[in-house]
Design a protein around this ligand. Structure first.
Ligand code: NI
Length: 167
């Protein structure tokens, strides 16, 4: 299974708004397997198609301890949310950067699973936070967008310096 390249902030392609998946193909199934392999290898607990430069509404998540409970959400929409929770977040597209972000604690998400079946999931805690973070990616939004411009610019400069050193 080929691993996919992950785009990194401040790459403009991360700002693309993903399009709805109208019909699931065999090629999508392969892509979802590649996304999961890429996420586990990274390692990370969530990955949005946007992060691998494919602009369709697909996300994968696995918040389990033993990495054996993968979720795939296609065309996910949060239909209700409640409560507040602050968690320290990171992102495979913003390496080695963590910040406390406030989000809803519980969400109800409607989506299509990888078999093409419509599903509704009500969840809270880490999985709910992760779903919100990944859906943001599909809208071209990153967790650093919740920080002040000053902090975001500092992160951008730090990462750009790292890239230059790697060239
Ligand atoms: Ni992310």
């Amino acid at each position: 299974m080929p691993l996919l390249d992950i785009l990194c902030f401040p790459d403009d392609r991360l700002r693309t708004r993903a399009k709805k998946v109208n019909s699931l193909t065999l090629e999508h199934q392969k892509f979802i397997d590649d996304m999961l392999a890429t996420m586990y290898e990274a390692p990370g607990i969530g990955l949005a198609a946007t992060q691998v430069n494919r602009h369709e509404r697909i996300i994968v998540i696995d918040v389990s301890e033993n990495k054996a409970d993968p979720y795939c959400f296609i065309n996910p929409e949060i239909i209700s949310s409640s409560g507040q929770e602050t968690m320290e977040e990171g992102c495979l597209s913003v390496p080695e950067t963590y910040a406390e972000i406030e989000r809803a604690d519980s969400v109800v998400v409607r989506y299509m699973d990888r078999k093409g079946k419509e599903q509704t999931l009500e969840t809270s805690g880490l999985l709910a936070v992760c779903i919100q973070h990944e859906i943001d990616h599909l809208q071209g939004k990153l967790f650093v967008d919740y920080l002040s411009k000053l902090k975001r610019d500092r992160i951008r400069k730090k990462l750009e310096k790292q890239w230059r050193q790697k060239l």
